[in-house]
Design a protein around this ligand. Sequence first.
Ligand SMILES: Nc1ncnc2c1ncn2[C@@H]1O[C@H](COP(=O)(O)OP(=O)(O)OP(=O)(O)O)[C@@H](O)[C@H]1O
Length: 359
Amino acid sequence: MAHLEIKQLSKRFGSFTALDRIDLSVAQGEFVVLLGPSGCGKTTLLRTIAGLERQDSGEIMHAGHDISHASPAQRDYGIVFQSYALFPNLSVADNIAYGLNSRRKIGVAGAVGALQRVADMLDLVGLPGCEQKYPTQLSGGQQQRVALARALATSPHLLLLDEPLSALDAIERVRLRSEIRQLQSRLGITTLMVTHDQEEALSMADRIVVMNSGRIQQIGTPQEIYRAPCNDFVADFIGRGNLLEATSQAQGNFLFGKVRLRCASAAVDVAAPRFYVRPEDIGLHAITDTPENSFTATVSKSEFMGSSYLVTLDTDMDQRKPLVAQFSSNYLEGSSIHPGALLRVSIPAERLRPMTSST
Ligand SMILES: Nc1ncnc2c1ncn2[C@@H]1O[C@H](COP(=O)(O)OP(=O)(O)OP(=O)(O)O)[C@@H](O)[C@H]1O
């Protein structure tokens, strides 16, 4: 049985459809990331699960209970928002204890129990001894750790994170994302996190739900989403990529302008073949070599990215956009990839991935 099950959930604001028949099943202990561009409905979905928005239709089941019409207080979750949302006039301890008080989970041990719980929570998020500080005395990352401690203080069975890292600087963001992931694994708490940052999603999620215009586009592991995007939107949104159109030839061969390539997959729509190639899947060869699926290309632009170069190539493939390749800096050591340079590149047959849908 799924720990969280969302069935045909729809939400409208006036005539605008923010969520359109969302189906999603989350397993116990899973870390699921809702990913999509601004305005696609991620936050609305999270808020509807929290009971902070009411759906127009559809169901939400949590641990076998129908919570579709339960009030936020009747639902069992902890939530962390993008802006730290701590009470500035309350100490760290009071901020964390607030959740305990409001949910009446202090128990018989009363205030002493609450103090111990606050201390335990601060240990858990790596801020021991910070009880008496105030939010303004903490960095952004520390404030989000306190917000996390507050969300976890009632031992909820569901953790909802709404862009918890987006207000932090780059270094703190990377640090906190691995801390959150480790903590989540350790506690085994089922977690849903909203982000529009694809790197964050790829590095943290067990599964990613890619959304656009209130609809789910694809659900899969980071590897599945990255390697096999199901449509143009996902292909475009996740990482860099080349969408290529071709005409069919015999025996798994396809013609891209003047360039003929073999595709190893049998799943090509031969009537309208379209493919997807990641920049890092493009090979670079000595100009005199002629491995399978290789062709010549002229460098039009070369950007140094640190560990790699991003190289824009003019080819005879006759596509709407130039081909973009990514070559490792180590591999290029000593060779010159400057605008105008003639290269021999290849798209290996198994890296030429068919697109099944253009929606
Ligand atoms: N209370 C509301 N009233 C009217 N429209 C709303 C309301 N809340 C959200 N919307 C609209 O619903 C759509 C989805 O909003 P939502 O906040 O869920 O998007 P999002 O994917 O989380 O985007 P972002 O990353 O920018 O927060 C947006 O077009 C937004 O303007």
